[in-house]
Design a protein around this ligand. Sequence first.
Ligand code: KG4
Ligand code: ZN
Length: 335
Amino acid sequence: MLLMGIETSCDDTAVAIYDNKIGILCNNIYTQRIHSKYGGVVPELAARNHLQKIIPLIKKSLLKINKNLKDLNAIAFTSGPGQINSLIIGAIVSHTLAFSLNIPIIPVNHMEGHLFSIMLQKNKPSFPFIGLLISGGHTELIYTYKFGKYKVLGKNIDDAVGETLDKVSKLLGLNYPGGKNLSKLSKYGTSNKFFFPRPMTYKKNNLNFSFSGLKTCVKNFLKKQDLNNFQTKADIACAFEDAIIETLYIKSLWALKKYNINQLVIAGGVSSNKKLRIFLYKNLKKNNIKLFYSRKKLCTDNAAMIAYIGSKKKIFKKKYILNNIFINPNLSLDT
Ligand code: KG4
Ligand code: ZN
C-alpha cells in the first residue's frame, strides 16, 4: 500500500510517501522563511505559502520515487492541532485528491505523529513508554499504553516550551525560529554565570508546565543588562536554556517514577536540541531510564510521521468516503 502524507499545521509545508512494506520512500519539507523577519509565524502568510508550495511539493515527491498520483492507495493529512488557515489548505488539497482518485482519506492528529516519529527509527521503544512532546505549541507528558491509547499526564498551562524559546530569542535579538538560534548562541555562554528559576518544580505532584513566568523573569532581567555585549547575551542564553532543560528533566523524571516506566521518548521541534539530548541521556541513565529521540528531520514538523500514523489506522473501505471532512485546531491526544 502506498500512502501519501500531507502536513500543513503551521509554517512547514510537507509531503511524504510511505510504503507499508518498505517504509518511508520520500520525506519532503519546505520550511517557510518569510516569518523570520516577523519574529514568529504570521498565520495568513503561512496559509498563502502552503497554497503556493503544496502542489509543487506533491509533484516533486511523486517524481522522486518515479510514481504518479494513480499509484496512491490512500492519503493521510494533519487535521489538527494547528493554525486553522494552514490546516484548511492541507485538508482541501487532501480531500480533493482523494475524491478525484476515489481513495480513502485519513485525518491524523499532528501530536500523535510527533509521538510516533520514533517508530521510523531503527532504535524503537516498546510499550508502554512516556512521551515528552515539546514543540512550538505544546509541552506534554503522555503515558503511551499502545498505539491509539494515551493519557495526558501533564501539559503547558500557558506558553509552550518552543514558544518560550522563540519569545526569549526575539528579546535577545535573534531571528525566528528562535530555539535553534538560541542554542547556537548559548554554546558561547559560560554555565552558571546567571541563574533562572525552574518553574513548577517545587510541588512534586503537579506534572503541568508553566513557562510564561520564566519568560517574564528573563525579560525583566534583560532590562538591566548590556545587550550590545555578546558575552553577556551568550551567558543569558546559556542560563535560560539550562532552566528549560532542567525543568523538562525534573518533570519527566517525576512522571517516569510515578508510573514506574523506564523509557522516555522525546519528540517535537525542541527535541532536536543537542544540549537537551545530552543532559537527559546522562541523567536518565543514572536512573536506569532509556532515552529515545529521532533524527532531526523527524523531530520538527514533517509529513513522514503523518503518513506513518495513516498507515497504522484501519481503513474500512478502499474508496473515498465523504462524511469525514473535519479539522480541529485544538485537537488533543485525549480526544
Ligand atoms: O514541532 P515543531 O517543528 O513545530 C510545532 O509543531 O510547533 O517545533 C517548533 C519549535 C520552535 O519553537 C523552535 O524554536 C523549536 O521547535 N526548535 C528548537 C530547536 N529546533 C527547533 N528548540 C531548541 N533547540 C533546537 N535545536
Ligand atoms: Zn509539530
